[in-house]
Write a protein that binds this ligand. Structure first.
Ligand code: HEC
Ligand code: HEC
Length: 291
């Protein structure tokens, strides 16, 4: 009797182990195929200015789009995720120093990264949130690239990406935004320029930077990072409907809410939104109120 039970349990465990291995192997193949896919896109070239006013404007865009959170204040790159289970993801060194962008990195390469989430060879970049940037106007993207190209080289060599077992499974199940190129409309035609000013229209354009976490309808939802704090409804049906412009401004600049909560920069990146101008905050506020 005992032997029979043992034989059965052994059999069941064997089947389970085989099922887990097959599942993992399937996820591994799916993710590798996605990473290995070559995208063929038409890159529309734009002018990249070099004058100092454009470069200064680009520095403001770099600061307010949160590029520095991942690529660093000096643009020399960072180990963005380092976890045995999830894996290791490297935010590239964007300077022309050692370990940085290769010599001959062209304007076309910049546009491939920013508008399509792709490398020079047409393979997808990992994690780089180009889905938040590809709709940027030609004018603003041109200034941003002008700024990044103008910064002094920093020597900083970084290790390679390495996807861990949990990272593989979550990416295979589409629970981790591993490959931004999949979320991009590669035929989108960006506007030449967007008129700046304290208007809801400009606020809608700026709110691109909020949709990755607050979702495209800005009504909040689960964090893009597994286990992260969920975002909140920032349309008129949430607290924005009750807060004055002054109160909203204070939340974006200090993380302190009128009801006495302190938002953590790791959850809600107010160290990024604190760098917005008053006019930009007002524009976003006006837009959110219309939703
Ligand atoms: C959430 C983190 C994150 C943010 C925010 C971010 N990046 Fe990245 N970026 C990455 C990662 C990770 C890579 C490397 C992707 C790879 O090698 O597969 C990358 C790659 C790039 C590349 C391509 C470099 C190459 O090797 O071809 C460029 C260009 C770039 N980022 C520019 C920017 C700019 C400009 C901003 C702000 C508008 C920005 N990134 C914001 C994470 C980020
Ligand atoms: C990296 C993810 C992320 C981005 C990007 C982001 N947010 Fe948030 N935000 C959060 C999270 C998470 C919370 C909830 C934090 C909490 O409850 O402690 C939050 C909370 C808020 C709150 C407080 C809402 C309330 O009712 O308490 C406001 C206002 C807000 N975000 C505005 C914005 C705006 C405007 C943008 C774009 C300019 C933006 N956020 C971009 C993640 C993000």
């Amino acid at each position: 009797m005992l032997r029979k039970i043992l034989k059965w349990t052994g059999g069941i465990i064997g089947v389970l182990v085989a099922a887990i291995l097959i599942f993992y192997f399937t996820m591994y193949i799916i993710v590798n195929n996605k990473r290995d896919k070559t995208y063929h896109v038409d890159v529309r070239m734009i002018d990249i200015p070099t004058d100092s006013a454009s470069v200064a404007d680009g520095a403001h865009i770099y600061a307010t789009k949160g590029c520095g959170d991942c690529h660093g204040e000096d643009l020399s790159g960072k180990i963005f995720i380092d976890d045995d289970a999830l894996g290791r993801v490297i935010a590239a060194n964007l300077t022309s120093g050692k370990g940085g962008r290769p010599a001959g990195y062209s304007n076309r390469d910049w546009l491939l990264a920013m508008r399509h989430g792709l490398r020079s060879d047409g393979k997808p970049l990992l994690i780089m949130p180009s889905y938040e940037y590809y709709k940027m106007s030609d004018h603003d993207l041109g200034n941003l690239i002008a700024y990044v190209k103008s910064v002094p080289p920093v020597d900083h060599e970084l290790p390679e990406h390495k996807l861990g077992p949990l990272g593989t499974v979550l990416s295979g199940l589409d629970k981790l935004p591993l490959i931004p190129a999949e979320q991009i409309d590669h035929h989108h035609k960006s506007r030449a320029a967007v008129k700046r000013g304290p208007t809801a229209e400009y606020g809608e354009y700026l709110s691109m930077s909020c949709t990755g976490c607050h979702k495209p309808n800005l009504k909040g939802g689960p964090s893009p990072v597994p286990g992260g704090t969920p975002s909140r409804d920032i349309t008129a049906s949430g607290n924005i409907g009750k807060w004055s412009l002054g109160e909203f401004n204070k939340v974006l600049r200090t993380g302190k809410t009128p009801d006495g909560r302190q938002l953590q920069n790791e959850d809600m990146p107010w160290r990024m939104t604190e760098k917005y101008t008053d006019e930009e905050i007002q524009a976003i506020y006006l837009y959110l109120k219309t939703l």
